[in-house]
Design a binder for this molecule. Structure first.
Ligand SMILES: *Cc1c(COP(=O)(O)O)cnc(C)c1O
Length: 215
């Protein structure tokens, strides 16, 4: 599918799109921009900062990959959403840096849902403890907007669907227990080029798509 078709399809389904621009040329990114996309994601801070310098100011930048604590400072003044809040120490650091500049930062908690060993993400089995612990900190400069997860790299669609389904269930549980129905805990970031249709069926509200848009 062409980038424009994907973009139209997502808008029809009211699913938010983060166009993943990592390793893409500025020329190609300008094309995506010209179609109307404004939410762009990068997984490395260095690349994010250099792209941001070269591209229009009305782009909303998303940090989607693992974020080292010592890099938080360099994105905290402009980042739109951090999808990869994957440890207590990182959330604490985001709050600390955000407080210094008096900005409230939107974050998603990244959970491990894949079967393969992934380094980053909170343990899904402990979601209740984790959420309880984070809420109890009363961080003033961090806004927990939802959850993020990545499914296993497999051709088995049933497995992918069940991993996304698990994250959606936990998202609903967390919302019920820790947030009010009309709170802004309302973002479920799941789905990439190869599995975004499955993710949307399972209740994703935001997909992160790179290769399919740029091929
Ligand atoms: C690269 C990346 C994506 C997009 O992957 P594609 O397969 O190119 O769509 C999504 N999420 C994260 C965290 C990524 O690093």
């Amino acid at each position: 599918m062409q980038a424009k078709e994907i973009w139209d399809e997502l808008q029809e389904n009211k699913v938010d799109l983060v166009a993943v621009t990592k390793k893409r040329s500025l020329e190609k990114i300008h094309h995506i921009y010209s179609l109307g996309m404004r939410h762009f994601g990068e997984n490395r801070v260095q690349e994010l900062l250099s792209k941001k310098d070269e591209l229009p100011d009305d782009i909303q930048w998303h940090q989607i990959g693992h974020l080292q604590r010592n890099k938080v400072k360099s994105i905290v003044d402009f980042i739109y959403l951090i999808h990869s809040a994957d440890s207590f120490r990182l959330v604490k650091e985001i709050n600390k840096q955000a407080k210094k500049i008096d900005r409230k930062i939107d974050i998603l908690l990244q959970f491990k849902i894949a079967q393969e060993d992934s380094k980053y993400g909170f343990e899904i089995d402990k979601y209740d403890e984790i959420m309880g612990e984070l809420i109890s900190k009363n961080y003033t400069h961090v806004n927990i907007r939802g959850l993020m997860g990545m499914a296993s790299l497999t051709d088995n669609e049933n497995q992918i669907a069940s991993e996304f389904h698990q994250l959606k269930e936990i998202f609903d549980e967390c919302k019920k227990k820790y947030f009010s129905e009309n709170s802004n805990f309302n973002i479920l970031s799941m789905g990439m080029s190869s599995d975004y249709h499955i993710a949307i069926e399972q209740g994703s509200t935001m997909v992160r798509i790179g290769s399919a848009l740029f091929s």
